[in-house]
Design a binder for this molecule. Structure first.
Ligand SMILES: [Zn+2]
Ligand SMILES: [Zn+2]
Length: 538
């Protein structure tokens, strides 16, 4: 078969076709950025290319996947909040799917690192890696595959972050909160909804500083960069005071002034005054080298020497490595932490009872902005807000975001894992991107013993529930070892154009819905919304 070039009019119509296909896919809740994968069916011995959903969490990437993820998060939040029985945590052996995902993740990382090394744009790889990380967690593995890459350094005791002066209850081995029984014998299981905010950096009106020149952008930038550490400290202190293994489901959301803040559903209850006391006493010290003296700037930048590292171009002196810089810091008795974080005085504590409209409202509130990036809180039609965002981005530009940040070169230190081609101000870390406003951590923070379930298990719950509603529970469970998955190399000729693949999936979804409607009619008198629900769960 020979391919003639397509007529010009048809070629011009193609992007349009893709747009239309995307719109249709969105209407049907079908992923608009599917990842093609090769799948071997071990029962039949045939390979085929299968589209799997991208699993994005943001509307800007894929609205159908983002919506599905938000619904799963809400289910996860609801399920764990008021548990009345201790969750049993037993990690399973990794299965084939999990092992494959890890291999695939390693593959993507290699591609990404190569692109970064060649100085190419890595945002596509980063997006793919983010998607796979979400899949990995959904497949029932907790945490990040990279995990802790180096052993923790031993800080001198002087630098150890002491427990703040707070009451301390005797620890009991439970994750459940106290219950209260009323005089008529009814048992109440009260929980908490807490909102924690960062301090003031200067007076704000309508989301922008009244005086931008005195607004403390440096502090705002550092607070955002290390915010998740401060949250960790809060949880540690909370558990110490509460005297039980407090569980939480929290989301990090943007405020109009472009600072992150935290909403936290807490299982069990403490007096409001104690929560406020804990928030006030919680702090985090950042023991990083000082960045108050700019050593290299503009054209005056350190140079790379293979096998040696970065040198001062004028003196030929090798710059201290990250580890050496930390050792110097340890040895310096007069050293101060680079930054100390604390919460602001605005702490909101609300008591919530299981199963009340209040609880539902809090869950909606918690998940309200999950499909938006932090930067979406910015009102870009408002010039004052745009300028405010610009100033914050400028403050973040040369601020080191992590031990591997290229910005350390500006302050005369080789970043951890230094390699050629690094230049200050050009860090590709998420924290520097306008969408992140300095915060590169997770948007959803869930403690390990919250609902005792992974997102994948919550997904499975929804399917099971609908199948039960339809009376379809007697099917044999699927064979978990049936398929072997492989990545598809970029530009593989067997992958159809995106518009075609989207419409194909929509057609499948339509067939499937019709089939479900048929089952529905047979099941007679069942709740019609159940098929819709299964459509989303699939
Ligand atoms: Zn998607
Ligand atoms: Zn950085």
């Amino acid at each position: 078969m020979t391919h003639r070039p397509l007529p010009r009019a048809v070629r011009q119509a193609m992007p349009l076709a893709r747009q239309v296909a995307e719109e249709v896919a969105k209407q049907y809740g079908v992923c608009i950025r599917p990842v093609p994968l090769k799948r071997l069916d071990t029962h039949t011995g045939t390979w085929e290319i299968v589209d799997v959903p991208c699993g994005a969490t943001l509307d800007a990437t894929c609205p159908p996947c983002a919506k599905r993820n938000r619904q799963l998060r809400m289910a996860q939040c609801r399920e764990g909040w008021h548990l009345d029985q201790e969750p049993a945590i037993t990690p399973d052996q990794p299965n084939d799917e999990q092992r494959w995902l890890i291999e695939f993740r390693a593959d993507l990382q290699a591609h990404r690192d190569q692109a970064a090394w060649l100085g190419e744009d890595t945002s596509d790889w980063d997006a793919a890696i983010e998607g796979i990380d979400a899949e990995i967690n959904e497949a029932g593995m907790r945490g990040n595959v990279l995990g802790r890459t180096a052993p923790k350094r031993n800080r001198s005791t002087r630098r150890r972050q002491d427990a703040p002066d707070l009451p301390k209850r005797k620890m009991t081995a439970t994750t459940l909160g106290r219950t209260f029984t009323s005089s008529d014998g009814k048992v109440y299981r009260p929980s908490l909804f807490v909102t924690l905010t960062l301090p003031s950096y200067g007076k704000i009106r309508d989301g922008v500083p009244v005086d931008p020149d005195t607004y403390d952008y440096a502090a705002a930038a550092r607070d955002a960069l290390h915010f998740s550490k401060l949250v960790d400290r809060f949880v540690q202190n909370l558990r110490r005071v509460a005297g039980y293994d407090v569980q939480y489901f929290a989301t990090v959301e943007p405020q109009k002034r472009l600072a992150p803040h935290l909403h936290m559903a807490i299982r069990g209850t403490l007096p409001r005054a104690e929560i406020k006391q804990i928030a006030a006493a919680t702090y985090h010290q950042v023991w990083w080298p000082a960045v108050d003296r700019v050593v290299f700037d503009g054209d005056h930048l350190p140079i790379w020497d293979d096998g040696i590292g970065y040198l001062d171009p004028a003196t030929g002196e090798v710059l201290p490595t990250w580890d050496e810089a930390l050792d110097q810091l340890d040895a310096d008795k007069a050293a101060e932490p680079l930054h100390v974080l604390r919460f602001g005085v605005q702490v909101d504590v609300q008591g919530v009872l299981a199963g009340t409209p209040d609880a539902d409202q809090c869950i909606r509130y918690l998940s309200k902005y999950l499909t938006k990036s932090l930067g979406d809180s910015l009102d870009s039609d408002n010039p004052a807000q745009r300028e405010h965002a610009g100033r914050l981005a400028e403050a973040l530009r040369f601020e080191p975001c992590s031990p591997t940040c290229v910005n350390w070169l500006r302050y005369g230190i080789q970043p951890k894992g230094a390699k050629p081609g690094m230049a200050p101000g050009r860090c590709r870390g998420k924290a520097h991107k306008p969408d992140h406003l300095g915060y590169a951590g997770r948007r959803v923070l869930v403690s390990r013993k919250w609902s005792n379930k992974t997102l994948a298990e919550h997904k499975q719950d929804r399917r099971t529930w609908v199948l039960e509603a339809l009376g379809q529970t007697d099917q044999p469970p699927p064979d978990p070892h049936r398929y072997v998955w492989k990545p598809v190399p970029a530009g593989d000729a067997n992958v159809a154009p995106l518009a075609v693949r989207l419409l194909r999936t929509v057609a499948e979804r339509q067939r499937w819905r019709a089939h479900m409607a048929q089952l529905q009619a047979q099941a007679d008198g069942q709740d019609l919304s159940a098929t819709e629900d299964l459509g989303r769960a699939a």
